[in-house]
Design a protein around this ligand. Structure first.
Ligand code: 13P
Ligand code: ZN
Length: 270
């Protein structure tokens, strides 16, 4: 068996959590990531027939039966993942129609997957319906997006249009816009179901007064989505209290659509 700590995706997961912490998106234990892996990616590193322990999930997700996820642990600090991946991360296989996770590697201190596991797993189900190549769900607490949910309308069209207007390339990066949930109790199946529903129409879902969820084909795409939305929110928070003298017009957005071959969300541009 090869050393799991040397698997390219394990290394990328460690680098991503470290980088997210460095960006200030993951204070304390804030944030969580789940990465879908193929059996073939894992087979050289871990004996997938050796279950260390089983952990009940508290929800159903039959679509995920047999699927493997590398996931961050609940209560674990992103800043510490690089020093002890085997404690702060776990590799689990979903079984029993989603109701059980079999631990195959990690969580060595007896820990378990993130408290936001319902939102992660349900979002994977939703995104796989839209794009079978989706592998990543990422949650974090970027300050400017969070700040924006205190002072900006939570209407999804308005919220998206404001973000698009803050950086020319936003409409290229997330043409489908961002979806927004009102404040809800985190860590519950209810917020998981609501997030998954929103994930059917966008890869970014804002949790008001809490943070953001992103989904994508790989860690880079997902990180980049959140990074771009957060940059736009930062600019908004710099200018929101000032008179707006200039902006990006809808005509200019249409030029961007043509130039980059993207289409802004239906009904979001005039
Ligand atoms: P966990 O430590 O359980 O992953 O929770 C962090 C978080 O951001 C909850 O929303
Ligand atoms: Zn959170």
């Amino acid at each position: 068996m090869k050393n799991f700590l040397e698997a390219p995706y394990l290394i990328e997961m460690v680098r991503t959590t470290t980088n997210m912490y460095a960006h200030g998106w993951d204070e304390r234990n804030g944030g969580n990531i789940s990465l879908l892996l193929d059996e073939e990616q894992v087979a050289d590193y871990v004996d997938t027939s050796a279950v260390i322990r089983t952990i009940p999930t508290g929800f159903k997700a039959p679509e995920l039966d047999g699927k493997l996820f590398l996931v961050t642990g609940t209560g674990k600090y992103f800043k510490n993942v690089q020093y002890a991946p085997e404690v702060n991360l776990g590799l689990v296989r979903i079984v029993d129609g989603g109701e059980t996770a079999e631990l195959l590697w990690g969580f060595e201190d007896g820990g378990k997957f993130t408290s936001e596991f319902p939102a992660h797993m349900m979002s994977h189900v939703a995104r796989l319906k839209v794009n079978p190549a989706n592998r990543v769900v990422m949650h974090c607490h970027p300050a400017n997006l969070l700040a924006m949910t205190y002072v900006h309308s939570l209407d999804e069209r308005e919220f998206t249009r404001t973000l698009w207007q803050m950086c020319t390339e936003c409409i290229v990066v997330f043409p489908e816009g961002v979806n927004v949930l009102p404040w809800m109790l985190c860590g519950t199946n209810e917020i998981g179901e609501a997030t998954a529903e929103k994930m059917l129409t966008a890869r970014l879902v804002v949790w008001s007064q809490h943070g953001i969820y992103g989904a994508g084909q790989d860690l880079d795409e997902t990180f980049g989505l959140i990074e771009t939305a957060e940059k736009a929110a930062e600019i908004y928070m710099k200018i929101a209290h000032l008179p707006r003298v200039n902006t990006i017009t809808d005509e200019q957005f249409h030029l961007m659509e043509e130039r980059f071959g993207v289409k802004g969300r239906e009904g979001y541009l005039s």
